[in-house]
Ligand binder design. Structure first.
Ligand SMILES: [Ca+2]
Length: 387
């Protein structure tokens, strides 16, 4: 990490060797209650902590001495795919005595990561929902007057307010001081750093891209586009058709609402964080694209064809016709069969799924089990029974 990021680093928990403080004083100590070591975002084993969402947490007491005039918090979190998002929930890091000594709470409201300052200042939150199963970097910066919340190196939201530290209140990782069940974090947390000064935008990007994670140039461009852009507005120009030619231009964070955009083409365009809701994308053609960590939900994918794709780590769930209560629900409708051909599915897991009428042909079944029983044994027993 760059030298500047050691300045004002009053506490640092990288979880490489338990919960040791590697910050400037090194005096703070985490007591681990139930949380277990897990792999970090790079896959290094035992380099982060996993919390069960029931009663696991880490407490740091005494808590690091915070500075009311300047403060930064940097943390990585991966919400569990089974995390539940009801009301206020999943506290990542908090220093919150609830009825007294309330300092801060980096937690989640519904499915939005929220920097909660109780009644002292308005909540700062990220509008986009969290992505369970994916590591995300969150950073808070307080510069004496503004609270800023960053995700993956980019400023997502900011609000004015004050900051009132309380050195008597312990710092909790994975819960808040009170034991309300929804606040226990379900997932993994890593690399917590606390500063007694506001970090700069560049320093937040340096933390996000530490050890080669993400693309620093891309994050810097997106950050610049978000904070230093001029807004061009085009409204009510449906007729005649406005045919745009946009070349060598940064239009990150642009918004299209209630527009017709058939046959739009993108070539060598950086589109990470693309967000599409209620859009007609039928007959979309996507070739030579990076879709890692993308999410497709509540979508009509009938007759979709995926060819020549790397799907490692993919999570496919709740697949089928729209359920009862969904606006597109049709009573008695059945999904047409899917076809998997020439697919590498080794070590994959299929559970709680309807496989009735499924046919498996000419496949390597070595090591495959059904409810724990080796399929090769089942087939051998069947063949024996036939002779
Ligand atoms: Ca770590």
């Amino acid at each position: 990490m760059t030298d500047s990021l050691r300045n004002g680093l009053i506490a640092e928990f990288l979880f490489q060797e338990g919960c040791r403080d590697t910050g400037s004083s090194g005096i703070y100590e985490g007591q681990i209650h139930g949380a277990v070591p897990t792999a970090d975002r790079f896959g290094n084993p035992d380099s982060a902590y996993e919390f069960d969402g029931m009663d696991d947490y880490i407490v740091i007491q005494p808590a690091p001495k915070l500075n009311r005039d300047g403060f930064s918090l940097s943390v990585w979190a991966r919400y569990g795919r089974d995390a539940s998002f009801r009301g206020w929930n999943n506290a990542i890091v908090s220093q919150d005595g609830h009825h007294q000594r309330r300092v801060f709470q980096l937690s989640t409201q519904q499915d939005q990561v929220t920097w909660h300052r109780f009644f002292q200042s308005a909540d700062v939150y990220i509008q986009e929902p969290v992505k369970p199963g994916h590591w995300e970097h969150y950073a808070i910066v307080f510069d004496g007057s503004m609270h800023k919340l960053y995700r993956n190196g980019i400023l997502m939201s900011e609000k004015a307010g004050g900051f009132e530290p309380n050195v008597d209140e312990p710092l909790y990782i994975g819960r808040k001081a009170t034991d309300e069940p929804h606040f226990f974090f379900r997932g993994a947390i890593d690399d917590i750093r606390i500063y007694d000064r506001p970090l700069t935008d560049e320093e937040i990007i340096a933390l996000y891209t530490e050890n080669g994670w993400g693309d620093a140039a891309l994050a810097a461009a997106a950050q610049q586009a978000k904070t230093g852009s001029e807004q061009v507005e085009w409204k009510h120009k449906r007729s005649p058709n406005q045919k745009l030619w946009v070349e060598n231009t940064n239009f990150a964070y642009s918004v299209f609402v209630n527009c017709r955009a058939e046959e739009v083409k993108f070539h060598e365009v950086s589109l990470p964080g693309l967000s599409m809701e209620c859009v007609d994308l039928h007959r979309t053609r996507i070739h030579n694209a990076n879709f890692s960590a993308s999410i497709i939900s509540d979508a009509n994918l009938s007759d979709l064809e995926i060819n020549g794709a790397q799907l490692g780590g993919a999570y496919i769930h709740n697949i089928g016709m729209p359920p009862q209560g969904h606006p597109a629900y049709v009573e008695g409708s059945r999904q047409r069969p899917l076809l998997f051909e020439n697919c590498d599915l080794q070590e994959s897991e299929i559970r709680d799924s309807n496989l009735s009428g499924l046919s498996i042909q000419r496949c390597n079944l070595q090591g495959m089990t059904i409810d724990g029983i080796p399929v090769e044994d089942l087939l051998a027993a069947y063949r024996r029974s036939q002779t």
